[in-house]
Design a protein around this ligand. Structure first.
Ligand SMILES: Nc1ncnc2c1ncn2[C@@H]1O[C@H](COP(=O)(O)OP(=O)(O)OP(=O)(O)O)[C@@H](O)[C@H]1O
Length: 220
């Protein structure tokens, strides 16, 4: 089972003379078969932490290891390879490629990994009730459809780890339950999920709740 281990992460942003200390010594281990929910006020460092854990950003201090291999401070190509192999990533800014339709977006990471069987993408689209929109392009989707398509694109290649940033930010309660159902199923099959959210409904489903405040862990 793939483990994600992050030790003592620091991330500072500098804009002009201003310094924002987005992460100040954050450690975290994700365990297989566990849904961990990440809470924290806007600006507390959740997106920064997810980006560092996924290797989309490099921490200024500390280290991220995935599956026993170091992810942080590696060339981008190496990070991208480790990311595709181990992670499903669902970003707030959207992880859908605009010029690919929903189905091709869902197949993309699998294709990059050399997977031939695209049945899982169709199965997942069906599970989130989006099979009828498989030929639509991201710009043609509603907010809720985008969230579901993005989740399918994150999971279709069968990663062990799911990192999702506010996956239900723009959806109604029914769609939220559907998205949460897919995440639950992923975790029940042995996956590890870390979900940043402001949703109490999603937090109520968590095995573990962590709270960030000013770039540090707070009592949850
Ligand atoms: N690229 C950047 N350059 C400068 N400052 C940044 C950058 N990205 C984030 N920050 C700052 O770092 C801090 C943490 O931001 P982050 O996006 O991680 O918070 P968050 O908890 O995800 O917020 P939200 O819930 O609103 O998404 C904030 O003060 C933010 O303004």
């Amino acid at each position: 089972m793939t483990r994600l281990e992050a030790a003592d992460l620091y991330r500072f942003y500098h804009v002009g003379d201003d310094e924002t200390r987005a992460l100040r010594g954050v450690s975290l281990n994700l365990r297989p078969g566990e849904l961990t929910v990440l809470l924290g006020r806007s600006g507390s460092g959740k997106s920064t932490l997810l980006a560092c854990l996924a290797g989309l950003d490099d921490p200024d201090g500390g280290q991220v290891n995935v599956g026993g291999e170091r992810l942080s401070r590696q060339p981008e190509v190496r990070r991208a390879r480790l990311r595709a192999r181990h992670f499903g990533v669902m970003l707030q800014s959207g992880n859908l490629i605009p010029h690919l339709n929903v189905l091709d977006n869902a197949r993309l990471t699998g294709a990059l990994l050399g997977q031939r069987d695209t049945g899982r993408a169709l199965e997942l689209l069906d599970e989130v009730d989006l099979a009828h929109r498989k030929h639509a392009y991201p710009a043609q989707l509603s907010g809720g459809e985008t969230a579901r398509a993005a989740l399918v694109a994150a999971l279709a290649h069968g990663p062990a780890l799911l990192l999702a940033d506010e996956p239900t930010a723009e959806v109604d309660a029914v769609t939220e339950d559907r998205v949460a159902g897919v995440i639950d199923a992923f975790v029940r099959q042995g996956g590890s999920a870390l979900i940043a959210t402001h949703s109490p409904r999603l937090a109520a489903r968590a095995d573990r709740v962590l709270r960030l405040g000013d770039g540090r862990w707070q009592d949850a």
